[in-house]
Design a protein around this ligand. Sequence first.
Ligand code: GLN
Length: 208
Amino acid sequence: MTRVGVLALQGAFVEHERVLERLGVEAREVRQRKHLEGIDGLIIPGGESTTIGKLLDTLEMTEPLRAMARDGLPVWGTCAGLILLASDVGRPQTTLGLLDIAVRRNAFGSQLDSFETDLEVPALGAEPFHAVFIRAPIIERAGDDVTRLATLPHGTIVAAERGNLLATAFHPELTADPRFHQYFLEKVAARGNEGAASPELVAVGERT
Ligand code: GLN
């Protein structure tokens, strides 16, 4: 059975677990480094990116996670999770720096703290995706190898991917529409089909 880790240090991780379970996938809460062993993918949830980053450092999970993602582990960051994937946040805070994007945190300001809108996401099909934004970041710049999956009407990028990495500025786990989770699970399945066990997974396991 496919087992997807959900980083459970802070934030909206339970909601992701529920969606994964509804899709017939085992959800594993990742709270310590040893929980990274044996996962087929990882979701980094929304929450507070500075807090999650500090906890990753304290728990000595930043480097192992970076190495696993570089080795091909599918990783999906939602909202704060997107910030944690970014290479450029414009201020000193721990990120994994895996995706060549420049991010602006809390980009919609206090007047528009939270909002919902229907997004065109061609990768998910013709039906728009109802997106919930909560103190959301935006992607101000994306590298040439980063694919834009969704933009707001004025062109701001709010979902992107590159290879095994997926990033959404909004919260698909808070709606009943499972298509983003299914999209991520396709990345997980694609990697599983490669068949090779990751040496990094073994290394993480041995250290615990
Ligand atoms: N504002 C948060 C941050 O900058 C992200 C908010 C969220 O994840 N819903 O980390």
